[in-house]
Design a protein around this ligand. Structure first.
Ligand code: ZN
Length: 316
């Protein structure tokens, strides 16, 4: 993962720091500089200054400072290499790295497949008779259309392979669909993994949809209530905090986060007006998840279930 120094310099020189920071912070011109609310501390009085001539930013309250790359790195919680890529993309400079490109590109195709699947499930929930029944089920459980949209809740049809067929039309390869964890094969036939279930997309810490949790909505005692994606190259429970990517700025601003055991708790909290909530998949927290949270705040309120495993996990 080596980026040529010349590329980094070119990006620093060509990136419009006011425009890029301005995508995240509302900036107002003041003399030669721009001022705005600092995203790195709980700021009420604009203390962030951005200098277009020096190409730097500085907060006079919390001392956060640096160049456009530092800003993206700290603001978006990404590695330096990732920050170079992001800023490069914004100013149309292709960043070529040695080594990890093939690896990452192979992940990108899975992300695309799952993004497509999410769109498909959302569409199916909104626009079909089957979807109408599922929506009524959700409404009865106080999951309004607004919540359905916000959390991108969808419906996997009961037919065997509608998603598979739809992805095939989009020119995705069956093997990639299998590796992405949403299609399986048996005796030369392909089947959708999720069928006849309400599906909740699960995002990793960087905001990629990496899997689903599917819930039955018609009472069928024979089936497990929830079915989750199996662990694979991109779906790793230790790398998932439900809702994290979407609300990271809010967590930082409020300097507090509520940590739940399941994604339904996060949705319930949202309904109750609490936005700064995330959920781990179960009670096993990884260092990676803890680091992601403590990067934003040290005030973590653990709201695990009051049963023994929950209490033990909270103590840990
Ligand atoms: Zn600050």
């Amino acid at each position: 993962m080596i980026i040529p120094e010349a590329t980094i310099q070119k990006i620093k020189d060509e990136a419009d720091i006011v425009k890029i920071i301005g995508e995240y912070v509302k900036l107002e011109k003041q003399g030669n500089n721009y001022k705005g609310l600092c995203p790195f501390h709980d700021d009420s009085n604009p203390s962030l200054t951005v200098s277009p001539t020096k190409k730097i930013y500085k907060c006079f309250s919390c001392n956060a400072s640096g160049n456009v790359l530092t800003f993206i790195q700290n603001h978006n919680h990404v590695s330096f290499v990732e920050a170079v890529r992001i800023v490069g993309e914004k100013c149309g400079i292709v960043v070529e790295t040695q080594g990890d490109d093939e690896y990452r590109q192979s992940f990108d195709k899975y992300y695309k497949i799952l993004q497509n699947a999410t769109n498909f499930y959302e569409f199916f929930l909104r626009n079909t008779t089957e979807g109408q029944e599922a929506r009524e089920y959700l409404h009865k459980r106080n999951l309004s259309d607004k919540i359905i949209k916000r959390f991108r809740i969808g419906l996997a049809p009961k037919e065997n392979d509608l998603l598979y067929q739809s992805l095939l039309k989009e020119k995705f390869q069956p093997l990639d669909m299998i590796e992405a964890g949403i299609v399986r094969s048996a005796s030369d036939q392909y089947f959708d993994v999720f069928r006849n279930r309400i599906v909740f997309p699960l995002e990793d810490l960087e905001g990629h949809i990496v899997g689903f949790s599917g819930r039955v909505y018609q009472d069928k005692a024979t089936e497990p209530k929830y079915l989750n994606s199996s662990e694979n190259k991109i779906f790793r429970k230790g790398n998932i905090l439900y809702n994290y990517f979407t609300v990271q700025n809010e967590i930082r601003q409020k300097n507090q986060v509520f940590l739940f055991e399941g994604f339904m708790d996060v949705i319930a909290a949202y309904r109750a007006g609490i936005n700064n909530a995330v959920a781990s998949m179960g009670t096993a927290l990884t260092v990676q998840q803890i680091k992601a949270l403590t990067k934003l705040t040290n005030n973590i309120t653990i709201c695990y279930d009051g049963d023994n495993p929950g209490i033990e996990a909270a103590k840990k």
